[in-house]
Design a protein around this ligand. Structure first.
Ligand code: MG
Length: 142
């Protein structure tokens, strides 16, 4: 297995084929934050990303956000998002513990999960080592 290679690549979170993931029995979507749901270091989540996450939840997906950012940091986006979504901050990706923890919170197994993120060294490696379907996005674009 190529541990740094994503199972699929999409231009951005807005270009992932979520219908196909659902058909493949994916029920939990795990998202990276920086350069995935928003620009790197962004202080707020854009309306389009927020709407996307709510739309996915509306379709029955469970949504989790795994970020290596720390809640309560200077710009507290992780803390703000935690009021609305399941967020694991200081996720220490690519370590597997964070992936396991957020899946436990969501009540789903690795086989029913997909991780969507921009970095091979954290998001993709961590997902692959956790037997979670990995999707690399080229970056945040809208
Ligand atoms: Mg990122």
């Amino acid at each position: 297995m190529r541990l740094f290679r994503a199972r699929e690549v999409a231009d951005s979170v807005f270009d992932v084929d979520y219908d196909r993931l659902w058909e493949r029995d994916v029920r939990a979507l795990l998202f990276d934050l920086d350069n995935t749901l928003g620009r790197r270091g962004s202080r707020s989540l854009g309306d389009e990303a927020r709407q996307l996450l709510h739309a996915l939840e509306g379709r029955g997906f469970k949504v989790g956000i795994l970020t290596n950012r720390k809640r309560g940091a200077a710009s507290d986006l992780a803390g703000e998002l935690a009021k609305e979504f399941t967020v694991l901050d200081v996720a220490r990706k690519p370590h597997r513990a964070g992936f396991a923890r957020v899946l436990a919170v969501l009540g789903e197994t690795p086989a029913a999960a997909a991780m969507i993120g921009d970095r091979r060294l954290t998001d993709i490696l961590g997902a692959n080592r956790s037997s979670i379907y990995s999707i690399r996005v080229r970056g945040f674009r809208r």
